[in-house]
Design a protein around this ligand. Structure first.
Ligand code: ATP
Ligand code: MG
Ligand code: FE
Length: 353
């Protein structure tokens, strides 16, 4: 199966061509355009600007991916595009582009849940089999899920306020570090003292897998206001913030790993996915937790942690291979600003199209 994938749910315009043959994944192309310059002056993603930027380069991005793959549209078996959740203007651009190509080429269209893309992203590497315990940490989401197979997602716990990526972004903004915040905070944290500030570890010792990060950001704001922000203080604040995040995620991961039963004869796989999964300190902390339980941590390469189209094409390919997409596919599907991953299984139901 050869699938064109399109991603446009936030501030990345991306297109990729992926081949899935006998369970083996080959990426023929993987183009990502990040709208950094467009949003930088506002220190955050502006939905209207994002939608326009997607509209301006979506066609060229797809053309580049096809050129790089060295195939024509007739060689495709389907076209997959992110259909939610995300900023609706951008989602519409990607969906319309995908639907137009699918119709013109006479191929099925596959409406993909962006979170399912993140959830399956470690499978781009080819060695991460089902089932697995998943920690999805991105700009808009923070949740533990049990992944039993394609379309089988059970949410075990989520943040009750901010997502982790959001906490990184807001912390960076209040410290004047620019956007996106994650990479900036991580860079500064490297030279700081993680014990300089004793920030809270919200909900860490409560039972269950729900998390909370809004209070942590407030604590950083309060500490930052206490004295002038020298280079050293800035680094200490970042390091202490990141250490608190690591502790909370590791503590909850311990709980989740304890409760997760992979089933008879299955090894224990723990997956870390989403933009925040590119954070080295978090990766290291969670790798240690997985090892402590005799398991293995799977996290995609950095390029596939943040938004990309390869993961969207992979969902399309896996769904098609499973037999859920026939004829014109999901051509009737609409854009969904909200679309919890637990409901992604609905797209396997032919009645959905
Ligand atoms: P969602 O997937 O929930 O819809 P999104 O698509 O905007 O949200 P992603 O692209 O998966 O999110 O991830 C972007 C987020 O990841 C941003 O909040 C960014 O700050 C964070 N991030 C990126 N790199 C790092 C890093 N090195 N450390 C911490 N956070 C990071
Ligand atoms: Mg982004
Ligand atoms: Fe994302």
């Amino acid at each position: 199966l050869t699938i064109l994938g399109i991603e446009s749910s936030c501030d990345e315009t991306a297109a990729a061509v992926l081949r899935l043959e006998d369970g083996k994944v080959t990426l023929l192309s993987d183009v990502i355009h990040t709208q950094l310059e467009e949003h930088a002056p506002y220190q955050g993603v502006v939905p209207e600007i994002a939608a326009r930027a997607h509209a301006e380069i979506a066609d060229r991005t797809v053309a580049a991916a096809m050129r790089e793959a060295g195939i024509g549209y007739d060689a495709l078996d389907g076209v997959a595009a992110t259909s939610g959740p995300g900023l609706i203007g951008g989602v519409l651009v990607g969906m319309m582009t995908g639907k137009a190509i699918a119709q013109a080429a006479g191929k099925p269209f596959i409406a993909v849940n962006h979170l399912e893309g993140h959830a399956l992203s470690p499978r781009l590497g080819g060695d991460c089999a089902f089932p697995y315990l998943l920690l999805l940490v991105s700009g808009g989401h923070c949740q533990f899920l049990e992944v039993r197979g394609l379309g089988q997602y059970k949410r075990l716990g989520s943040t009750i306020d901010d997502a982790v990526g959001e906490a990184f972004d807001k912390t960076a903004k209040l410290l004047g570090l620019g956007f996106p915040g994650g990479p900036a905070v991580e860079r500064l944290a490297k030279t700081g003292n993680p014990k300089a500030f004793d920030f809270p570890r919200p909900l860490m010792n409560r039972p269950g897998l729900d998390m909370s990060f809004a209070g942590l950001k407030t604590a950083v704001a309060r500490a930052a206001a206490e004295a002038p922000l020298t280079e050293e203080r800035l680094a200490d604040l970042c390091a202490s913030f990141q250490a608190a995040v690591c502790d909370v995620l590791a503590g909850k991961a311990r709980r989740a790993l304890e409760a997760f039963d992979p089933g008879e004869g299955e090894s224990l796989r723990f997956v870390l996915a989403g933009g925040v999964a590119s954070n080295k300190a978090i990766r290291t902390a969670l790798e240690a937790e997985a090892k402590a339980f005799g398991g293995e941590l799977f996290a995609p390469p950095l390029r596939h942690c943040t938004d990309n189209a390869a993961m969207i094409a992979l969902v399309g390919a896996e769904r098609m291979a499973a037999g859920g997409i026939e004829g014109i596919g999901d051509l009737g599907a609409g854009a969904r600003p909200r679309w919890p991953l637990d409901e992604a299984s609905a797209t396997l139901d032919p009645a959905y199209a």
